[in-house]
Design a protein around this ligand. Structure first.
Ligand SMILES: *Cc1c(COP(=O)(O)O)cnc(C)c1O
Length: 421
């Protein structure tokens, strides 16, 4: 169930006009769909007191999108200084921001504590001594190691570079308390693109158990647990969607029984990126070439600089041809970009309708980890981003990169240093 019918029904009648006005290639996002998903998340988990989604900024770091999240009452999960700056520019302050960095630098710590601060989520026990000032509210990222198996994209927790180990966790809170922390949260993130909702339920059970254990040992209370992102979306037509309602009710039950056993319950935080925006974006490209050698290739006017997932993970992105949605998919082609890298393919041996030069192709589900992951290898530029507003207007929310952007960091007159010896 890639791109929703509702979105394609609204987009299709105006697509040719949008292309005439803005030109391809572009990612186009759907405000209505994003808000609908946000409302569904709140509905599923909103029974838990203080539930809040912290949108994972890296999924779609565009101010127009972040403003939509802010207006829904969501916070922001950031992992770099520019992500903090972007989020703060929407008006987010203090506990609206979660800073979940790893291998954190002093510069990042300083940026995190400035401008009203944020919730600091520490990734290692040694950082307790290196953080410039210990904030009142502190969170640690927990890595259960062999106590839990990860899923496919994020891998085995034993091999994951993130977080504090089971053996270190209690000590970490004890040390933080000694350095002045008075309020506590606990974070974990173990899955990526996981459509089996039970995985998130088990993660919640695990973190609540750890909260109970650490609370008892140190006589502290936890204000929140953050179960990270990783909710999956169906990229393939035959994929089942994650059962958000069942996930919500089972997680809610866990909080209810925690409260019965402990007399209080922490708040629940979530950091969804993909689930919030992934299905609400499409990369629209034009077919510009066709080539038949051992295989047939459809060349389009974008390449992996616009969307890395197929190239780096072999990820599937559904493709439809505008105006030929119901035509028989009776030709097998690779859909390719122009980069000098053979994995620069949006689809490999895909059955599609006969594609002619000038046809518009929609590459589905590019609303998360799409544009944001793009790079400039081979001097390929990243495309523009558009936003289809609820009122039907289309806004350009990021222009395409130009050659001037690409040259901007080059020093045609080098800055010379002559070592003395
Ligand atoms: C990437 C990331 C997320 C978002 O992951 P999704 O799979 O997009 O939901 C959330 N939290 C952290 C710490 C991340 O690194």
């Amino acid at each position: 169930m890639p791109l929703s019918h509702d979105y394609t029904d609204r987009l299709s009648p105006m697509l040719k006009d949008i292309v005439r006005h803005f030109g391809t290639p572009f990612h186009i996002y759907d405000e209505k769909g994003i808000k609908h998903t946000g409302a569904q998340l709140i509905k599923a988990l909103g029974q838990i007191e203080g539930f809040r989604e912290y949108f994972a900024v890296k999924a779609l770091p565009n101010p127009a999108i972040l403003s939509i999240m802010g207006r829904m009452g969501f916070g922001f999960d950031c992992s770099s200084i520019p992500e903090l700056v972007l989020s703060r520019n929407t008006g987010a302050r203090g506990e609206d921001l979660m800073f979940t960095s790893n291998n954190t630098s002093q510069e990042e710590f300083l940026a995190a504590e400035q401008n009203g601060g944020c919730i600091l989520n520490l990734d290692d026990i040694t950082l307790i001594d290196s953080v410039p000032t210990m904030p009142e509210l502190i969170c640690f990222r927990y890595n259960p190691g062999p106590r839990r198996t990860g899923n496919e994209i994020i891998g085995n927790p034993v091999e994951a570079k993130y977080g504090v180990s089971y053996e270190q966790l209690t000590d970490a809170y004890k040390k933080a308390k000694k350095r002045g922390a008075k309020r506590f949260g606990m974070h974990t993130m173990l899955a990526s693109n996981e459509r089996n909702y039970s995985y998130m339920v088990e993660t919640t059970r695990m973190i609540l158990d750890m909260v109970a254990q650490v609370s008892a040992e140190l006589d502290i209370r936890f204000e929140f647990v953050n179960i990270g992102g990783g909710l999956g979306i169906p990229y393939k037509p035959e994929d089942n969607a994650l059962d958000l309602v069942a996930m919500g009710s089972e997680i809610t039950e866990l909080f209810t029984s925690f409260k019965q056993n402990n007399g209080y319950a922490p708040r629940l935080y979530l950091e969804s990126g993909r689930y919030m925006t992934g299905p609400h974006g499409a990369l629209v490209v034009s077919a510009i070439n066709r080539k038949d050698i051992y295989r047939s290739y459809i060349g389009v006017d974008a390449c992996m600089s616009s969307l890395m997932r197929p190239g780096i993970y072999g990820a599937y992105h559904h493709i439809t041809v505008h105006g030929k949605e119901n035509a028989p998919a009776n030709t097998v082609v690779d859909v390719v970009g122009s980069l000098c890298e053979n994995n620069d393919k949006f689809a490999i041996q895909r059955s599609l309708p006969v594609i002619e030069k000038g046809d518009l192709l929609l590459i589905h589900d590019t609303g998360a980890h799409g544009h944001a992951m793009g790079f400039n290898y081979n001097a390929k530029m990243r495309p523009k981003e558009l936003l289809l507003r609820e009122n039907g207007k289309v806004e350009l929310i990021r222009r395409e990169e130009t050659m001037e952007d690409y040259f901007r960091t080059l020093l045609f007159e080098p800055d010379i240093f002559q070592p003395t010896k």
